[in-house]
Design a protein around this ligand. Structure first.
Ligand code: NDP
Length: 449
């Protein structure tokens, strides 16, 4: 190891890279991490965390409305975008410092520069300096993909949403996935006119159909508009800065202040020097790795979104941890990708683990579906029509749970606990045997019919 400058050189200080760096250092490795922007990565700087704070911020409009039957009135309630935006950015600064401190406390050297591979053990930094490492870990994440058409450069991405100078009056969101539905809920809650435009008539592909339908139904009632099976022709900017958006051959444009591209995220491999190091990628640009996150080049590993296995923070963290265990603790570890719970922070949120009804039917044939379609007590009291839906898919006749799908207030908080039971391979009977915790929304899980 003495022949190299470092035992481990990590490119990218996001969730996966940071975990791998500090755990490897704790096992005695000499570690450096290069980051071209800010320590923390997508989740902390421009993703999960600031997005969730915007979700909280936008939900107050409903809370204020719902307060009336509870005896509260707020006259002259107003919303101020710069206050929310700046507090969110302040929190991002706090977390950025906390991540930086953690790395420093583990004696990880932080190099705030872009790094490029020049060989299996060689890295060139933006400053021109070259360094060598016994192992290199690529953890550079993914970046928003934008469709190309005339004026597409006028589209913003989720990265920009945290820095908007002013709240848009009207926003058009391209895409029907996680980011589209989460920002549709945020901007609708903040009082903007929201139109979601998708190329198909499916939102949140991969989630259970009835849960997806429920989100569309509730979102339409809240005033979010959907244009399905629709493609963009061009976007033009007016003198006053407003955007004219032409779609589907229609010569009458839709107007918006912001057009958000939320059409997936691609591995961020441009300029990384993969060719120079001989690292292989697949046809989508994702770095090919084995179950230990090792690439075709023995000394180079990759974790997180750049490998496009499951684009979720907790998965990248597990991959980073498993890498450190395998390479620096003589404890080969792989990540179990089965039964990963996930959530969409739409309003209301969706949470899910395991197979959807469609997937389970295809795989097992003989299945049973239990469900509860209910109005949360709080919504009944507040005269809010919004209904929740919980669905459990079981194998028949064993009644082993194959999937659990929920839409309703706090669904992600509730599902995280229930996911333990699904992962453990429990049956519906185990839920039935558990006494309800009353009154709660979660009790519907042990009362499914
Ligand atoms: P998604 O993959 O969730 O959705 C992409 C959407 O864009 C789909 O509706 C898809 O349509 C559409 N689309 C894809 N390609 C094109 C194209 N070339 N032209 C037009 N439309 C297109 O991507 P997001 O950008 O919303 O999110 C990226 C990833 O980030 C997610 O996959 C997720 O892993 C992660 N993420 C996770 C969150 C969470 O855990 N809560 C929150 C935000 C992001 P169709 O389905 O019809 O093909």
């Amino acid at each position: 190891m003495a022949d190299y400058d470092y035992d481990l050189f990590v490119i990218g200080a996001g969730s996966g890279g940071t975990r791998a760096a500090r755990v490897s250092a704790s096992y005695g490795a000499k570690v450096a991490v290069a980051e071209e922007y800010r320590v923390g990565g997508t989740c902390v700087i421009r993703g999960c965390v600031p997005k969730k704070l915007l979700v909280y911020g936008s939900h107050f409009s409903e809370e204020l409305e719902d307060g009336r039957n509870f005896g509260w009135t707020w006259d002259n309630a107003r919303f101020d975008w710069p206050t929310l935006r700046d507090h969110v950015l302040k929190d991002v600064d706090r977390l950025n410092k906390a991540y930086t401190e953690t790395l420093k406390n583990h004696d990880v050297e932080i190099i705030l520069e872009r790094a490029e591979l020049t060989g299996p053990h060689d890295i060139k930094l933006a400053s021109g300096k070259t360094v060598t490492a016994r192992y290199i870990l690529i953890a550079v994440g993914a970046w928003p993909a934008k469709a190309e058409f005339p004026g597409s450069e006028l589209m913003s991405t989720s990265n920009d949403m945290f820095h908007l100078e002013k709240l848009p009056e009207a926003i058009i969101i391209s895409g029907g996935g996680y980011i589209a539905n989460e920002f549709a809920g945020i901007f609708n809650g903040l009082g903007c006119d929201v139109t979601v435009v998708n190329r198909s008539d499916v939102i949140l592909r991969g989630y259970d159909e009835s849960v997806r339908d429920r989100l569309i139904q509730i979102s339409l009632a809240k005033g979010i508009k959907y244009n399905f099976n629709c493609t963009f022709d061009k976007i033009e900017k007016r003198d006053d800065g407003a955007l004219d958006v032409y779609m589907d051959g229609d010569d009458k444009p839709l107007q918006a202040d912001v057009v958000l591209a939320a059409t997936g995220r691609r591995p961020k491999i441009e300029g990384l020097g993969l060719d120079q190091a001989g690292v292989e990628t697949d046809d989508k640009g994702a770095i090919k790795v084995d179950e230990y996150s090792q690439t075709n080049v023995e000394s180079i590993y990759a974790v997180g979104d750049v490998t496009d296995r499951v684009q979720l923070t907790p998965v990248a963290i597990r991959e980073g941890q498993a890498f450190a265990e395998t390479v620096f603790n003589d404890n080969p570890r792989t990540v179990d990708y089965d039964c990963i719970p996930s959530a969409v922070f739409s309003q209301p949120p969706i949470a899910s683990v395991g197979l959807t009804e469609g997937e389970a039917r295809e795989k097992y044939g003989n299945i049973k579906v239990y469900s509860s379609d209910f109005r949360a007590m709080r919504n009944v009291f507040a005269d809010r029509a919004e209904r929740s839906l919980y669905k459990m898919i079981v194998e028949h006749p064993s009644e082993k749970i194959l999937g659990l799908h929920m839409i309703g207030p706090d669904a992600p908080e509730i599902l995280q606990a229930a996911a333990v039971a699904v992962k453990a391979g429990l049956t519906k009977q185990a839920f039935d045997d558990t006494v309800a915790l009353h009154p709660s929304m979660a009790e519907e899980l042990v009362l499914l019919k």
